[in-house]
Structure formats: structure tokens, C-alpha cells
Write a protein that binds this ligand. Structure first.
Ligand SMILES: CC(C)(COP(=O)(O)OP(=O)(O)OC[C@H]1O[C@@H](n2cnc3c(N)ncnc32)[C@H](O)[C@@H]1OP(=O)(O)O)[C@@H](O)C(=O)NCCC(=O)NCCS
Length: 150
């Protein structure tokens, strides 16, 4: 079913006990609520009773889609839940006119990489991932360098 913010506690607990996922400030209650509001109907949970046993977070920027936090509780693995969750989000992206979706897998997460390959996702090479936090963007840069850019 679609993920809503009432699933946050169960989802966070699952992420926290799942190897292969990295949590950050972007996983706070407020941040996840904002993400779900910005990308309605794109993220999914799998429930066993009221317990969250599977999640996938999905959104897009109008050009490309991104998947995060695909996780299935250990005792529920191998039942096709992971594949179904990922497919559900991908279907929503397609409906929104998004033609390609990306996701990140930690280099040492061999099980995760194998899952995506078996689910038909192309493993990309020749691309390096860079990141920078906006709050540090101007640190260490001289004022005249900024002036040249304006
Ligand atoms: C990756 C994960 C979500 C898979 O969930 P799942 O519900 O067990 O996956 P499914 O049952 O839908 O499996 C789909 C296919 O992937 C294969 N697969 C799943 N996990 C695998 C693993 N660790 N190693 C090898 N193959 C795997 C299954 O055998 C199946 O293949 P098949 O369709 O050819 O039989 C789950 O193992 C998990 O939560 N892992 C920890 C978190 C993680 O690594 N998330 C992804 C990183 S971005």
C-alpha cells in the first residue's frame, strides 16, 4: 500500500535494523513528511498486520526518478516483496512521464546489487557520484571568485 506518514515509526525502525541502508537528517519525521507530500503516491510499504515489513521511497524532480530505502524485513525476504515494491514505484514514475529512474547501492552491498540485477535494473559504469551540502557551498571560496560568477 502507499506509504503515508503514519507508517514513519515502523519504517524508520525497519531501516534502522537493516544492513545496507544509510540514515541521515533526511530521514527525520519532518523530512520524510515533506518528501511524501512532495511525491504523493510514489512510496510504498508492505504490512504484516500493523507491522511495517517492507518499504520503498520514491520521488522525481520532473526529469529523473530516484528510489531510496528499499528494505524488506529478514524473515519476509525471498517472497517477491522487494521486487513488487520497486515495481510499484517504477510504475508510478512511468505514469508521471518519467523515463528513467536511478538508485544508489553501497559498494559493499553485494546482496543489494544482485537483487537489482535480477530485477532487471542496469548496473551503470562510467559514472562517478559527487555530493556537496548547500550549507557548506560558499565555505573556502574567495569573495572575488563569487563576483566573477554573478
Ligand atoms: C534487497 C532486498 C530488498 C530484497 O528483498 P526481497 O523481498 O527478499 O526480494 P525478492 O524476494 O523480491 O527477490 C527478487 C529477486 O532478487 C533475488 N535476491 C533478493 N535478494 C537477494 C540477495 N541478497 N542476493 C541475491 N539475490 C537476491 C531473489 O532471489 C529474486 O530473484 P529471482 O526473481 O530471480 O528469483 C532485501 O534483501 C533487503 O532488504 N536487503 C537489505 C537492504 C538493501 O540492501 N536494500 C537495497 C539496497 S539499495
Amino acid at each position: 500500500m502507499s506509504m503515508n506518514i503514519s507508517h514513519y515509526g515502523g519504517a524508520f525502525a525497519l531501516w534502522d535494523r537493516t544492513d545496507g541502508l544509510v540514515l541521515s537528517k533526511a530521514d527525520s519525521l519532518e523530512a520524510i513528511a515533506a518528501y511524501l507530500e512532495r511525491n504523493p503516491g510514489m512510496s510504498f510499504v508492505c504490512l504484516s498486520g500493523e507491522r511495517v515489513v517492507g518499504t520503498v521511497m520514491c520521488g522525481h524532480d520532473g526529469r529523473r526518478g530516484y528510489l531510496y530505502h528499499l528494505a524488506v524485513d529478514e524473515e519476509f525476504r525471498g517472497l517477491g516483496i522487494g521486487r513488487l515494491l520497486a515495481a510499484s514505484s517504477l510504475e508510478r514514475l512511468g505514469e508521471a512521464g518519467i523515463e528513467r529512474c536511478f538508485l544508489m547501492v553501497l559498494e559493499d552491498n553485494e546482496g543489494g546489487a544482485e537483487f537489482w540485477s535480477r530485477a532487471g535494473w542496469e548496473r551503470r559504469s562510467g559514472i562517478l557520484l559527487f555530493s556537496k551540502d548547500p550549507e557548506t557551498a560558499v565555505d573556502g571560496t574567495k569573495e572575488e571568485e563569487h563576483a566573477e560568477c554573478t
